[in-house]
Structure formats: C-alpha cells, structure tokens
Design a protein around this ligand. Structure first.
Ligand SMILES: [Fe+2]
Length: 166
C-alpha cells in the first residue's frame, strides 16, 4: 500500500489494527481455555465478544470513509502471540502459566491502546470527528480490559504463582 499522505497512513494503520482484531477474535477462546483462573478465563471470553464489536466498528469506519476493506498483515500481534506460544512450551505450572497469559494479553492491549489512541487523534486531525469518537470508544474498551487484567493479577494471580514457586 502506497502512503502519500496522512489519510493514507490513517487507512494503512486502520487495516493493520483490523487484522489484529481478526486474529484476536480467532485466538481468544483458545487463550481462555489455557487459563487456570476462572475469572481470567471469563474476562478473556467476554473480551472476545467486545473484540467482535471492535471489528464491526472498524468495518463501519472503512465504509464511512469509502476505503477498501483491505487487511494489512499485522506482524506485531503475530510476534506477541508467537512469543507467548514459545514461553508456554516451558511452563509446567498452571499458576505460572496464568501470569504468562496475563502478561501476553496485556502486551497486546498496550499495542492496541497506542494504536487506537493514535488513530482517534489522527481522525480528529483529519476532521473526522464521528470516527474519532468511535475509535475512542475502542480505546476506552482496551484500557478497561488492561486495567481489569492488572487488578486481577495483583489481587490473586501473582500471589498464587509466587506461593507455588516457594
Ligand atoms: Fe481489540
């Protein structure tokens, strides 16, 4: 995809985050199955539904702007998932696996937070106020998921794993 201006960069970033959401929709149920902690599994399952709505939101934005529904391969998300898969190969303890799972999902969330925050600001800059607000909604959802995961980890998942290691 050739990028000649800010609008092109916006479209390219949009299609890359679409690929990220598409991948997440596919893998979140499997990640929930890995979780030993039931609350963690439930958060991941709920976020799968939210992710589906985020994909639909991206499709709507693409339609409003009259952009082609192209998908730019997202190597960053694939990289984080590959890193997680590699790390779980060496983890025997379910409690430690939960910590690895929270860490990897939070890495993905932070990627999405930075992307949606940038996209929302860019949309505003380009004069697309409604689209900026839609992207901000996804940003809020990602931030909330990240915060929920962190609280869950601090309120039990970290400690459970530490006790196991002692
Ligand atoms: Fe997302």
């Amino acid at each position: 995809m050739e990028i000649n201006n800010l609008q092109d960069l916006f479209g390219s970033t949009l299609s890359a985050i679409y690929d990220a959401e598409r991948i997440l929709c596919r893998i979140l149920p499997g990640l929930a199955d890995y979780a030993g902690n039931e609350a963690l599994a439930e958060i991941l399952r709920q976020h799968r539904n939210e992710t589906e709505w985020q994909m639909k939101r991206l499709n709507r934005i693409t339609d409003i702007l009259g952009l082609p529904r192209s998908v730019k391969r997202n190597e960053a998300i694939r990289g984080i998932i590959a890193e997680f898969r590699e790390s779980i190969g060496g983890i025997r303890d379910k409690k430690v696996l939960d910590v690895a799972l929270v860490t990897s999902v939070r890495k993905i969330k932070h990627y999405e937070i930075a992307t949606y925050s940038s996209l929302s600001s860019l949309a505003m800059e380009l004069g697309h106020t409604q689209i900026g607000e839609m992207l901000n909604q996804s940003l809020i959802e990602e931030e909330k998921t990240d915060e929920t995961l962190l609280v869950l980890a601090r309120e039990g998942i970290y400690e459970e794993a530490r006790k196991r290691a002692a």
